[in-house]
Design a protein around this ligand. Structure first.
Ligand SMILES: Cc1cc2nc3c(=O)[nH]c(=O)nc-3n(C[C@H](O)[C@H](O)[C@H](O)COP(=O)(O)OP(=O)(O)OC[C@H]3O[C@@H](n4cnc5c(N)ncnc54)[C@H](O)[C@@H]3O)c2cc1C
Length: 456
């Protein structure tokens, strides 16, 4: 099937994440027909995935449907499908919607396909150490975390029980720090009185990073503060330690301390690296553009591909001036692309370079504690947390989502509860662990019968 569109200028946007959605919204008054293509039907607020994984938020809270967000924007058509090919000469993209193929033509193309987890050449680690990039990932991690406490409860022998109660987070960037902090809080606070055979507060939460310091993008003083806060919450932090192996029962490292060489741990979460989405490679091959080490497409200062002024690459997929892979870069570069298209349609074809305005960065440690840089301000502790709360509420899409998130935060942060602890039989011990028969656990519990919900 081929979509040729109308006689108006056709803008195709690939990806409905931070970049894609910003571009689409910025084109709302332009005299163009926009098609936004995404392989999923929702816009995912990735910075709160870790809260979904730890039972605070539901998938609906952080992933509203693209069609719903854009229902009032009459010049937009939403299409579900994965872009698998770009023909830069014929100006069309190939789309695969669960096996159904189509071709979509464009006059301007904005590629905003984001990034994926990188295991630095060890993709086999993904089997036992899922990453944190999608709803599927977060639900799997949720299943593994809550499932691990269930398994510990029915495991009589000490060593295997301790392995179920050990959680290793690999990567001490913002995502790893937030994840480790939440697992610690969950075990020490939210699961209190929930179990009879185990004390969830005895869980060991380990945060590892190959680099010598945590929270690389933050000023050193704030990173040190975060490490101190996490340690006080019971997180064990080991920096300068590389993971050399991951399997169902634990991880291997290159640590000099013998006790860290092998850490028996049933639950491992990979928060260590990202690489560009595969579309980067496809677009580069179609245009002759270069890519950087992470597979991001090298662009001109105005975010277009050299020789193809009608193709823009924005956000995590773009390689420009070593800009970081953060939401603000994606949104600002996407708006720049949309503004350039608008200007060209008005007859102004002058090139204007994209200039990024750094608005700051933040990470939560636990309830009421965060570190944040906002302009010249350096915030930590409760003021940092308030800044974090405000910014995240503002950036969430849609009033209904903000209201739902606020209620869930009240339950989790002011109360003790974790309102979103439903795990299904597919997730409870996660894809691969289902096949394992852990020592000390009764067979009855290695094959859960059906989905179940744990009230908080
Ligand atoms: C766990 C986590 C926490 C984070 N925390 C923060 C934070 O606190 N602050 C911050 O600023 N940034 C944070 N980030 C980074 C931020 O989310 C990204 O920089 C941002 O999402 C990039 O926007 P994007 O539009 O380039 O890509 P994305 O938002 O990832 O969107 C890409 C979209 O493209 C779609 N797609 C991909 N390939 C195709 C294809 N071939 N065909 C069709 N669709 C496709 C995907 O489904 C997705 O919807 C975090 C990221 C993660 C994973």
């Amino acid at each position: 099937m081929s979509y040729s569109g109308s006689s108006r200028h056709r803008v195709v946007v690939v990806g409905g994440g931070f970049g894609g959605l910003s571009a689409v919204k910025a084109l709302r008054r332009a005299d163009v027909d926009v098609t936004v293509i995404d392989r999923v039907n929702h816009h995912l607020f990735q910075p709160l995935l870790y809260q979904m994984a730890t039972g605070i938020l539901s998938e609906g809270d952080i992933a509203p449907p693209l069609r719903e967000i854009l229902r009032r924007q009459r010049n937009v058509n939403v299409m579900l499908g994965e872009v698998t090919g770009v023909d830069a000469v014929a100006r069309e993209v190939r789309v695969d919607t669960v096996g159904q193929r189509s071709v979509v033509r464009y006059d301007s193309l904005i590629l905003a396909a984001g990034s994926r987890q990188s295991y630095f050449g060890h993709d086999e680690f993904a089997v036992d150490a899922p990453g944190m990039k999608s709803i599927d990932d977060a639900l799997e991690v949720r299943g593994r975390i809550f499932g691990a406490f269930e398994m510990a409860e029915v495991t009589a022998d000490l060593a295997p029980r301790e392995a179920w109660l050990t959680f290793v987070v690999i990567g001490a960037g913002p995502t790893g720090v937030e994840m480790a902090g939440q697992i610690a809080e969950l075990s020490r606070r939210s699961l209190h009185h929930n179990f009879r055979g185990i004390d969830p507060a005895s869980a060991r939460v380990v945060l590892l990073d190959g680099l010598p310091r945590a929270l690389g993008p933050f000023p050193e003083s704030l990173a040190d503060r975060a490490v101190k806060d996490l340690t006080s919450k019971g997180v064990e932090i080991h920096l300068g330690v590389m993971v050399t192996g991951v399997d169902a029962e634990g991880i291997d490292t290159n640590a000099s301390e013998l006790t860290l060489r092998r850490i028996p741990a049933r639950t491992k979460i990979w928060a260590a690296g990202v690489a560009a989405a595969p579309l980067g490679r496809i677009a580069a091959a179609a245009t002759g553009a270069g890519t950087d080490r992470a597979g991001r497409v090298q662009v001109q200062p105005d975010c277009t591909i050299a020789g193809y002024p009608e193709i823009f690459v924005v956000g995590d997929l773009m390689s420009l001036d070593k800009l970081p892979g953060v939401a603000e870069v994606a949104m600002q570069s996407a708006r720049h692309a949309a503004a350039t298209i608008g200007r060209r349609l008005r007859g102004d074809s002058r090139e204007r370079p994209f200039r990024y305005r750094d608005l700051g960065t933040m990470a939560t440690i636990s309830r009421f504690r965060a570190v944040a840089t906002v302009g010249p301000l350096r915030l930590s502790g409760f003021p940092g947390w308030l800044a974090w709360l405000f910014v995240h509420l503002m950036f969430l899409t849609g009033f209904k989502n903000r209201a739902a998130v606020l209620v869930n935060w009240l339950i989790a942060f002011v109360g003790h509860g974790r309102p979103q602890r439903a795990i299904t039989s597919q997730q409870v011990f996660a894809r691969v662990s289902l096949t394992a028969n852990p020592a000390g656990a009764s067979a009855r519990h290695t094959q859960p019968a059906s989905s179940h919900q744990q009230a908080s």
